[in-house]
Ligand binder design. Structure first.
Ligand SMILES: [Zn+2]
Ligand SMILES: [Zn+2]
Length: 961
């Protein structure tokens, strides 16, 4: 018998990415394995590879070998959902990628399972396995493995067949018989049989521990997780649970002891680890090629577009603009990102050509003149003092981030365009995971453990929320004395909090990232496994935003910004009503009415300026220029807020405007000597110490992150440079420290300026075209009763009458109207409609639905107004979406008041509906004579008897008599 090895490698391990079936965090698992001096560790989540890249990086950092794998589900027959061939309980199989070919195959298999074989579990089958087995090592699986489950069923021949089949697929070197010992009786029987098969087939045994949590004491937390998955109570004797507490990361000694009689099953874990050697090249740049006109290189084509753009933007561009453009182009060329700019330019171009409203830019992209000339951003970086190096820096090369804002409606179209252009198999949205926040963890764990609701609630409420996120339990124990006391004094509370702490931050659900889209140079499945997002609406990557970035894929944030839809609708209404076409891209930021509206805090519906705190601030501040608006956006957030009082006092002349140094005056003049922006930090470093912009950007980043080591280095350089420029050393030191203090809170000026543009545009439209703007606002608020109500109040305050819904006058959406008759609301507001009138849209009525309303309005437009409730019921009876519930909602809302008194209509509704329904069915079945029999308007309930004969023929389940 061979000797037992000295160490052991865990090859079958689950993490939190086995969603609600794994309590181990990747970092904790890898750290523990490294602590135990294990040379390698595997990752085999259930049917997915979500954690693979994070795992790979964590292992590299810890200095142990990562073995990426997956515990797949294999359908006994076919993965495809053909009739009669559905297997609900697929078998488990442990797959490990031995090399790059294996990794590629594993991604393909995981994708196929998700996209072709999803039936409760993502299933694959032996057929597809056989096609993609290269580079993969397979272990026969846990008790739910095919061979094991047949052994348990007493089907030894079936088990033998399975072993033979997998040996044929993977070959004898890459298929091992998996043995587990968790103290479960059936495992003894299975292992005995597997040992016999091993001899019979000449296959190696391989010991695993099917890890689901890192430490033995985490088994309870894992159990709670299972309860959350199944909705069970912890103490329910009948619930699904792991029968033992053995599924943790056991030490080599523990594993060696457990398998003392099977040393070869231990040794083979090390052999498998040796067989595996997967190297991923992270940090590459994987740009899809961009088709440029014949004979040109991307650099040249970009240059041509930018030169044209200079003329488009400036007419006759100043030398400074030309010089800046050339300088940016040279950096873009050196960093190799020309194609990147072309790709982004191309879909912006598509959007503009198709009338899709695009945002003015977001984030640091607005610092680039090239972006401005390409129409990617819409504010002049020269005019606004925005810096290119903040966006793309030759000394700190990383793919620049361009966040793209489109109207919500336009966003889908742009994504579809990109998908068609680069290939549907190369474009996908990105996955994101919802994690269990600390507060929710307390509540969920409390419910499962059946802690009295009162106690759970008290503890959960003690968790502080900071910037919209609840603090960690660790921090809460430190910071909240009442919480700490509960933790220290009550056994029950301690228990609850400890379990919650283990689970806090664990991923529990998959969803589609709101913005992120990846575009790959080759089919995506070569870089990331894929799956459908919830609702099967979109194909998404199995790797999250961070991991996709690590791989080097081009990811672009396509954001849908509802304010842009409001702007688009408003401009359409202005054109319809006044025949004016507004050129938003060329607003001059000097409209007095706009600033007055902002200073009055009349900013409901104005982008970024509508929250109550923000409104109070702009009323204090009274912005008078675009600079002021941008500053307001930058200042109003935790951190920079500390500068608000000084900013306002200086602006209003109550406090003198002082500069840290006279040389900073030109840089800080527009913000009254207060350093608000990161760009100001950079310019100060250049002005005082002679930093290049690239160096200044590195200083800015170090100060922002409070990176002490880097700051110390740069401090010396800063002070030397400043002294060289004739400023005394002590002053130089004070300047550095003063700047560092501001820089901590510094905000990206490009970002606040770009946002400021949308704020200005929305305020401009509201101030100058209030009726159109409020109508547009109402149209886009239709889904939310609260927001409609707020907007209506705002309308009344500005003398705009919002007329009640009317079945014969309302359109589908809110609409401007020139109707001259009194509305029920007249007299309540001060306005009497002097600001115009808006008619309530039928689609905004609760429980009605857009389709139903569109049909009703269509019928009315075609055949004239509805004369009575009966007429309405009859004419809509053939429309699928209009049922009794819809009609009732319309009557209740008052939309049918012109047809009669509301109470009477409600009372008559049932009758009118069934009569209309009967008439319709008679029409359809040609029984007009029957219709005539009941044709009198005063039929009573006993007439329903007549329908009995007809109903089975019509077979309409919708009829509710
Ligand atoms: Zn399993
Ligand atoms: Zn497993």
């Amino acid at each position: 018998m061979p000797h037992a090895p000295e160490t052991f490698v865990h090859l079958h391990n689950h993490t939190e990415y086995s969603l609600l079936d794994g309590a181990s965090r990747i970092q904790a698992m890898v750290t523990r394995a490294a602590e135990l001096d294990m040379p390698a560790i595997g990752l085999t989540d259930h049917g997915v590879m979500y954690g693979a890249i994070h795992f790979y990086k964590a292992c590299k950092e810890a200095g142990i070998k990562p073995i990426i794998g997956c515990e797949v589900y294999v359908a006994p027959r076919s993965r495809l959902l053909r009739e009669g061939r559905v297997d609900r309980d697929p078998n488990h199989l442990t797959l490990l990628a031995a090399n790059h070919a294996g990794y590629l195959n594993l991604m393909r298999l995981c994708t196929v399972g998700q996209m072709e074989g999803m039936y409760y579990k993502p299933r694959i089958d032996k057929e597809i396995l056989a096609q993609h087995s290269e580079g993969l090592i397979a272990l026969s699986g846990c008790l739910q493995g095919e061979a094991a489950s047949r052994i348990v069923d007493g089907d030894i021949d079936g088990a033998r067949e399975s072993v033979a089949a997998y040996r044929d697929i993977f070959g004898p070197d890459r298929f091992l018989l998996e043995v587990q010992r968790h103290g479960i009786d059936r495992q003894v029987e299975v292992n005995d049989a597997l040992v016999r098969f091993g001899k019979e087939f000449g296959l190696r045994l391989c010991a695993t521990n099917d890890l689901h949590y890192v430490h033995r004491h985490d088994s309870e937390a894992h159990d709670v997780l299972l309860c959350l998955q199944t909705g069970a109570r912890f103490n329910d004797p009948n619930r699904w649970r792991f029968s033992t507490q053995e599924n943790y990361l056991k030490t080599p000694a523990e594993m060696i002891e457990a398998f003392a009689d099977m040393p070869e099953a231990l040794a083979s874990t090390l052999e498998v680890a040796d067989q595996c050697d997967l190297k991923l090249s992270l940090g590459a740049t994987l740009l899809p090629p961009f088709d440029v006109p014949d004979g040109m290189k991307p650099d040249q084509y970009l240059r041509q577009l930018v030169l044209n753009g200079l003329d488009w933007r400036f007419g006759k561009p100043a030398p400074a603009a030309k010089e800046r453009a050339e300088q940016e182009l040279s950096v873009i060329s050196q960093t190799g990102y020309a194609s990147y700019f072309l790709i982004v330019w191309d879909f912006y171009n598509f959007a503009r050509q198709n009338g899709i409203v695009v945002g003015p830019g977001r984030g640091s992209a607005a610092g680039s003149l090239v972006s401005y000339c390409l129409g990617i951003t819409n504010l002049d970086p020269l005019q606004h003092g925005l810096i290119f190096e903040r966006f793309l820096n030759i000394d700190r090369v990383s793919m620049p981030d361009i966040d793209c804002d489109f109207s919500v409606e336009g966003r889908e179209k742009v994504i579809r365009y990109v998908s068609e252009k680069y290939g549907a198999d190369r474009v996908a949205q990105i996955i994101t995971f919802t994690t269990m926040a600390s507060k929710a963890a307390i509540r969920d764990v409390g419910r499962v453990l059946e802690v009295p609701l009162r106690d759970t609630d008290r503890l959960a409420k003690l968790v502080p929320v900071w910037q919209g996120r609840s603090k960690t339990l660790e921090d809460t124990i430190k910071e909240v004395s009442e919480f700490r006391e509960a933790y220290e004094s009550s056994e029950e509370a301690k228990h609850l909090i400890d379990v919650a702490r283990t689970l806090e931050g664990v991923s529990r659900n998959v969803s589609t990232h709101a913005a992120g889209v990846v575009i790959a140079p080759e089919p995506l499945v070569r870089y990331t496994p894929l799956q459908y997002g919830p609702g099967r609406e979109a194909v998404i990557t199995q790797y999250d935003m961070k991991a996709v970035g690590d791989i080097g894929l081009l990811k672009i944030d396509f954001l849908g910004l509802q304010n842009l839809d409001i702007i688009a609708t408003c401009m359409r209404l202005i054109k319809e009503r006044r025949g004016i076409e507004i050129d938003l891209e060329h607003l001059t930021f000097d409209d007095a009415k706009t600033y007055e509206l902002i200073a009055n805090g009349d900013t409901h519906g104005v982008f970024q300026l509508e929250g109550p705190g923000m409104r109070r601030m702009v009323m204090d501040m009274r912005p008078q220029s675009f600079e002021d608006v941008a500053a307001a956006i930058a200042l109003f957030r935790p951190g920079p807020m500390v500068n608000i009082p000084a900013f306002i006092a200086r602006k209003q002349g109550r406090e003198p405007i002082e500069y840290m140094h006279e040389r900073l005056e030109p840089i800080l003049r527009e913000t009254y000597g207060v350093m608000i922006y990161q760009e100001q930090v950079m310019m100060a470093a250049r002005e005082l110490a002679g930093f290049t912009m690239s160096e200044a950007d590195i200083l800015r980043a170090a100060m922002g992150k409070k990176d002490k080591a880097k700051m110390a280095k740069l401090r010396t350089k800063f002070i030397d440079g400043t002294v060289e420029r004739g400023i005394p050393k002590a002053t130089a030191e004070a300047l550095f420290d003063g700047i560092a203090k501001f820089a901590e809170y510094g905000f990206n000026r490009a970002h606040s300026a770009a946002y400021g543009v949308i704020s200005y545009q929305t305020a401009y439209l509201k101030a100058n075209y209030p009726l159109e703007y409020m109508t547009a606002l109402l149209i886009h608020m239709e889904g939310s009763a609260d927001r409609v109500a707020t907007a209506i109040v705002d309308c009344r305050l500005r003398g705009i009458d919002v007329l009640a819904p009317d079945i014969n006058r309302s359109r589908t959406d809110f609409s401007m109207t020139d109707e001259q008759f009194p509305s029920p609301h007249r007299g309540e507001g001060q306005g009497e409609g002097r600001g115009g009138r808006i008619r309530f849209g039928l689609a905004a009525i609760k429980n009605v639905g857009r389709h139903a309303v569109e049909s009703i309005v269509g019928l009315r437009d075609a055949d004239g107004p509805f004369k009575s409730l009966e007429d309405l019921c009859e004419r809509t009876s053939a429309v699928q979406d209009v049922n009794r519930r819809v009609l009732e909602a319309l009557v209740q809302s008052g939309a049918c008041d012109s047809l009669g008194e509301r109470a009477r209509l409600i009372a008559a509704l049932d009758h009118a509906v069934s009569r209309a329904e009967r008439a319709r069915r008679d029409r359809e079945s040609g029984q007009t004579s029957l219709l005539e029999m009941v044709g009198s308007p005063d039929v009573e309930t006993d007439d329903y008897g007549l329908t009995i004969d007809v109903a089975p023929m019509a077979g309409d389940a919708k009829l509710r008599l």
